[in-house]
Design a protein around this ligand. Structure first.
Ligand code: SAM
Length: 262
């Protein structure tokens, strides 16, 4: 059965069964409920269905049905849903589910946000483009460090599992890949109203990278610069500090002390 890969759906199929097995092993899903995004021709799905308690796999491309139907027949714990994952209602899936997927790269960030916003999903082990993995694992004072790094590391523990070179996919994509695992933190440091403030402060801080933190916050919240300067000084931070210099813990502290009406 030949299938012409569709670029618009980010179809790059992974063939290397050693890598597929390593992904399943890292995901730690024995007897757990799994959500797969984009089963494709079912290469990863087959391993998942053998290991997990249940697998629900969302595939947008119905022309892959002929590859996936036999797999569905073989595995009674596998349910393939032909739907855009971004439109799927996940409120009724099992309350302790885990994403394992080789995701379509054109929607990597929306998928990560859907995972973060969906309470039924506890972890995500995903093949993503290397550039996004580098962002997630970035440390302060590097080019890759941005508001996504800070926001996602506040909400999850981020682990890099492995690098995967582009030549292992068919068709070969233009970028290298990496597998990462995000596990939602059981307890978070900020109360819900403080969290809303934290997300706003972080987003605004990184709005224009070449500007100082004071200038970005001044523009976002119309707070005068002298007030912001005094606030930063009270945390032993210079008025010239930039967003990418501050670690997550500093943003948490700055959120807790914020009294400027956000
Ligand atoms: N899992 C397979 C593998 O490892 O070889 C295929 C991975 S391929 C990178 C991405 C898959 O996601 C394709 O099968 C594609 O059709 C599917 N896909 C793309 N956009 C989707 C969406 N919005 N919702 C669900 N599946 C999608």
């Amino acid at each position: 059965m030949t299938h012409r890969a569709k670029k618009r759906f980010g179809q790059n199929f992974l063939k290397d069964s050693n890598i597929l097995k390593k992904i399943v092993q890292a995901a730690n899903i024995k007897q757990k409920n799994v959500v797969e995004i984009g089963p494709g021709k079912g290469a990863l799905t087959a391993f998942l269905a053998e290991e997990a308690l249940t697998v629900i796999a969302y595939e947008i491309d119905t022309s892959l049905k002929r590859h996936l139907d036999p797999l569905q027949e073989e595995h009674p714990n596998l349910n393939i849903v032909y739907q855009d994952f971004m439109k799927a209602d996940l409120t009724s899936i099992k309350p302790d589910s885990h994403i394992v997927a080789n995701v379509p790269y054109y929607i990597t960030t929306p998928i990560i946000f859907k995972f973060l916003e969906t309470d039924t999903l506890q972890s995500a082990t995903m093949m993503i483009q290397k550039e996004v993995q580098e962002r997630l694992n970035a440390v302060p004072n590097t080019k890759a460090y941005n508001h996504l790094t800070v926001t996602i590391s506040y909400l999850t523990e981020i682990k890099k599992v492995m690098d995967v070179k582009r030549h292992l996919f068919t068709p070969r994509p233009n970028v290298d890949s990496a597998v990462v695992q995000l596990i939602k933190k059981e307890t978070r440091e900020l109360a819900p109203d403080q969290e809303a403030r934290f997300f706003e402060l972080v987003r605004a801080a990184f709005k224009q990278k070449r500007k100082t933190l004071i200038n970005n916050w001044h523009e976002a919240f119309q707070i005068d610069k002298e007030t912001l300067k005094a606030y930063l000084l009270s945390y032993h931070l210079s008025e010239h500090v930039r967003a990418e210099q501050l670690p997550l813990e500093k943003y948490i502290e700055l959120t807790k002390g914020w009294v400027y009406g956000l």
